[in-house]
Design a protein around this ligand. Sequence first.
Ligand code: C5P
Length: 331
Amino acid sequence: MSGGTGAAPTATAVRARAPAKINLALHVGPRRADGYHDVATVYQAIDLYDEVLAETRADGLVSVQTSDLNGNPVAGVADDRTHLAVRAAHALRTRAGVGAGVHLRVRKQIPVAGGMAGGSADAAAALVACARLWGLPNEPAGLAELAAGLGSDVPFALLGGTALGTGRGERVAALPTGPPATWVLVTSSSGLSTPSVYAETDRYRAEHTVPAPQVDERLLRALSAGDLRLVAGSMRNELQDAAQVLRPELTDLIAAGSWAGALAGLVTGSGPSVALLVDDDVRATTVAAAVGPVARRLLPGAQVRTAHGPAPGAHLVGTPEPAANEITPRP
Ligand code: C5P
């Protein structure tokens, strides 16, 4: 990426959005010396998006304002330098040698601390919007490298589709997109902290030798074959036990989903969001209707909605939407 302080802005406002993710598989290795865990994960992006409107600021400052779809503030999000969208804008500015300022309006749909990479989506959308705002070359490989420094899930939020994640999740490679998937999502307004779920996983595995994480071949075959039922039967999240210890209600919720006719259900990432895989939109309606009352009884601020995967990664709004997995990272 290049361009000094003279890089001419090509617009005064640019809108981009980035998807939430579900982990179809999440295998977790032992804790590393740096505190992270090696993982082998299969990500799928879904059509639940956070949107970032990046507007030029003449004074050279970077600022952010986060709201929900109704324009209300979002609990658990601080509009300061710690916001991942702000960190993304700063990282891009430093990398490109740009002096321009930006105000980021973040419109959140993805639950906060829900295990669906909402913060990562904000960072990815901010990278894409600011790159265009500042007239930087469209350079997915450069953005992916910056993304990895911002958080483990940010490179996938850029890539989208269905992808294998290794390292701490930041090394991504596109996979066959798999069959079109319909998900009933159960989210809660009260999140779980990712570090605490990893720590709980370490605690109960302390007596065991933890093997190197590896994705089940059956899941990869199911994606190649486009076989939804085989995908359902091969999903696994090794953070799920810890999430269920910290939030026991999740066990009943997943059971309610199965009773209602879901093909399979699992906690997504570190939770507490639950993703129920269903046959189609018709089944989604019946499963959502059955699970809704249970969810509202068990989880604070529960919301039940339908989403579809795979969805494209971070992209500008107002330009043709890329197909899922169209943007492939370069090594
Ligand atoms: O990379 P990110 O900032 O999203 O990670 C948040 C926290 O989640 C880390 O500080 C770490 O405690 C935990 N984590 C982990 N192993 C990973 C990813 C995240 O232990 N692969």
